[in-house]
Design a protein around this ligand. Structure first.
Ligand SMILES: Cc1cc2nc3c(=O)[nH]c(=O)nc-3n(C[C@H](O)[C@H](O)[C@H](O)COP(=O)(O)OP(=O)(O)OC[C@H]3O[C@@H](n4cnc5c(N)ncnc54)[C@H](O)[C@@H]3O)c2cc1C
Length: 394
């Protein structure tokens, strides 16, 4: 296999890398794990998002008619690599860009496309997605939130949970039950809900890091116009599956785990082990080497995924393998950072005297969320076991 990129793609990389060098403030790098939990932080990130957007560096793979630049899959891959490499802060409308926009492009009516899609890349309207419920996360098709058909509108009652960004969002997608008499996958519909509708209540859920990134959202007699139904009534599962496909592809797409390994290697130079720099210790060297090998293997797995896409093949097992591999490796890297830091690992983010501003303890706590979000790692194990290895269902 030839792993080199064409001269045109390398020129694209240089252009974006140099744009990031010039435009990404130095002290914003390395905060990519932090949640934008306050209004101030959210607006700071929205401003960064707008800087990318105004320069034509947002939704680059979207068709030009929707505000993208029609970038190729390879350019999209390079773009993600460069953002990871620069440790740029996340953009603010992730759900809208990665999931809602592409889902609407596929399923939306001409009116829905015209009304909603153009305001996503600019972050003029922020989206969240209402899939998981208190009793139904992995078993998503069992959702209980009801939407009663009243002709020109639906009336929604129920609750969604772990809804990222609901406290900043203007709109939410909503997977809900429109016919409880049908088998569970067949009685669902997919709605677009204005978060300012009467009857919508957003309550914060605070994570182990102390940050507020997601919420529980309650719907009490919320009226949703029929024009906000995406796809056919009772066929929302198909729309939700399109949404999930984009979710897994994106989550699997983290391409630069080596950045984490390099930062860990730098940490090993700063801390001591048995009176010498930890980086000189054989055990530490072996650990770093094995993390580096895994990071490299994941990079090539993401290239295999890219090759599949370039050949026009449907998403393969690589998405699940990448999601599982990156989040699991990340967890082990952060645990090893705790081991290297010893008692210093107990100092919280930005605590006085903390090594590297205490970012490692924050990352350790935050690493768990990746193993749960977008389908837990146990579920990814099931998918790989059943669909790749052909093992019988347990
Ligand atoms: C950071 C973060 C952001 C999120 N953002 C959103 C969001 O914006 N919108 C949204 O709708 N949801 C969101 N989620 C929710 C996420 O999709 C769910 O948490 C996830 O799908 C798991 O569902 P659950 O929490 O109900 O756990 P459950 O499904 O109750 O699972 C509990 C445990 O049982 C295991 N388990 C369940 N079924 C099986 C099985 N068949 N085989 C083996 N093990 C199993 C799971 O792996 C898990 O360990 C977010 C979650 C996180 C952590």
């Amino acid at each position: 296999m030839d792993f080199n990129f064409s001269e045109e793609d390398e020129a694209f990389r240089r252009e974006f890398r140099s744009w990031l060098e010039t435009n990404l403030p130095r002290d914003w790098r390395d905060d990519s794990e932090l949640e934008a939990d306050t209004k101030t932080e959210f607006e700071r990130r929205r401003a960064w998002h707008r800087t990318l957007y105004d320069a034509g560096w947002m939704c680059i793979n979207w068709p030009k008619e929707y505000g993208g630049r029609g970038a190729t899959l390879i350019q999209q891959f390079i773009y993600s690599q460069e953002l990871d490499r620069a440790k740029a802060p996340p953009t603010v409308n992730f759900q809208g860009i990665a999931r809602v926009g592409p889902t609407l492009m596929q399923w939306g009516t001409p009116e829905q496309k015209k009304r909603y899609i153009p305001r996503i890349p600019s972050a003029e309207e922020i989206w969240c997605q209402g899939l998981s419920e208190p009793n139904h996360g992995s078993d998503l098709a069992a959702v209980e939130t009801r939407a009663e058909d009243h002709g020109d509108h639906f009336v929604v009652n129920g609750s969604k949970v772990w809804t990222s960004n609901a406290h900043h969002a203007d709109f939410s997608t909503l997977l809900c039950r429109t016919d409880p008499t049908l088998p569970k996958h067949r009685g669902l519909s997919y709605l677009l809900v204005d978060m300012r509708s009467p009857g919508v209540t957003v309550r914060p859920l605070v994570q182990i890091t102390g940050e507020h990134g997601f919420n529980q959202v309650f719907f009490e007699d919320v009226e949703v116009p029929r024009s906000n139904l995406v796809g056919q009534k009772n066929q929302g599962w198909m729309v939700a599956m399109t949404n999930m496909m984009f979710e897994r592809t994106i989550h699997g797409g983290r391409s630069e785990m080596m950045v984490e390994v390099r930062q860990l290697a730098n940490l090993a130079k700063k801390v001591n082990r048995a009176g010498r720099p930890a980086s000189e210790d054989k055990y530490v060297q072996q650990k770093l080497a094995s993390f580096a090998c895994e990071a490299e293997a994941l990079k090539y797995t993401s290239m295999r995924q890219l090759t599949r896409q370039l050949r026009g093949l449907p998403p393969g097992p690589e998405g699940s393998i990448l999601k599982l591999g990156t989040t699991d490796l990340n967890l082990r890297i952060q645990s090893f950072a705790m081991e290297l830091l010893g008692p210093y690992s107990q100092l919280e983010y930005q605590a006085a005297g903390a090594i590297d501003r205490g970012k490692w303890s924050h990352r350790m706590l935050a690493a768990r969320r990746g193993t749960i979000a977008a389908g837990t790692n146990e579920i990814q194990h099931n998918i790989i076991g059943e669909r790749v290895l052909g093992l019988p269902k347990g």
